[in-house]
Design a protein around this ligand. Structure first.
Ligand code: SF4
Length: 209
């Protein structure tokens, strides 16, 4: 359709220019305007794709956008806050979208973050989103994460633990050799999981018995 309109405009302008040479300038300006319009449309499409928004979805909010308002949610009632990377409208629901450009696979923490956004959307937009989207990696692979009661119960358990720690309960470390190896506080952490430390801790435990 757009191609047909463009061809029609070209033909029309060529006819006009042939009738009056003064209109050649108008022809050039009009063609330039079409090229700019094309470039802007293509740029906007790329940005929407990066944010996980397909052509059929309506964007409500995109973090960093100059044209759409960014929605920042702060819930004192739930003790939660967050700024989704994007919010889109699908089938009458506001759906949160979270983008992880460097991620190669779905991680629990990404899912937890998205579930928090779903809670915030429910509180502030008045409707429980049935799902959210995670957009992973440079190729923007899109994953639909269902907002199920089981997932929300899993999230609630984590939130309860965080609240307990904030109230003074001791934090429980969950060391893992791969994570600990890359951890920035590895050298200072007494819970780190590398073979030598595990052996030392094991010996210390035995000697204290
Ligand atoms: S080194 Fe300590 S803080 Fe870092 S991941 Fe391991 S257990 Fe956690």
């Amino acid at each position: 359709m757009r191609e047909q309109i463009r061809q029609y405009v070209y033909d029309l302008l060529v006819d006009i220019a042939a009738a009056d040479t003064n209109l050649v300038l108008l022809l050039i300006i009009s063609v330039a305007a079409l090229i700019v319009l094309d470039a802007v449309t293509s740029f906007a499409k790329t940005k929407r794709t990066e944010a996980g928004i397909d052509v059929k979805s309506g964007a409500v909010s995109i973090d960093g956008s100059k044209t759409l308002p960014v929605r920042k949610y702060v819930s004192e009632m739930q003790g939660l806050a967050g700024v989704p990377d994007a919010l889109i409208c699908e089938n009458g629901y506001i759906i949160p979208v979270e983008r992880k450009p460097l991620a190669r696979k779905i991680r629990d923490r990404y899912v937890a973050q998205l579930l928090v956004y779903m809670r915030l959307v429910e509180e502030f937009e008045g409707k429980r989103p049935p799902y959210g989207y995670l957009i992973l990696g440079p190729s923007c692979r899109r994953f639909k994460i269902e907002n199920t009661p089981d997932r929300q119960a899993w999230l609630q358990k984590m939130i309860d633990e965080m609240h307990e720690i904030l109230a003074g309960a001791p934090a429980k470390a969950a060391p893992h050799p791969t994570k600990c190896r890359k951890c920035s506080v590895h050298d200072a952490c007494r819970f780190r999981a590398d073979t030598a430390t595990l052996v030392q801790i094991g010996n210390a435990d035995k000697s204290s018995l």
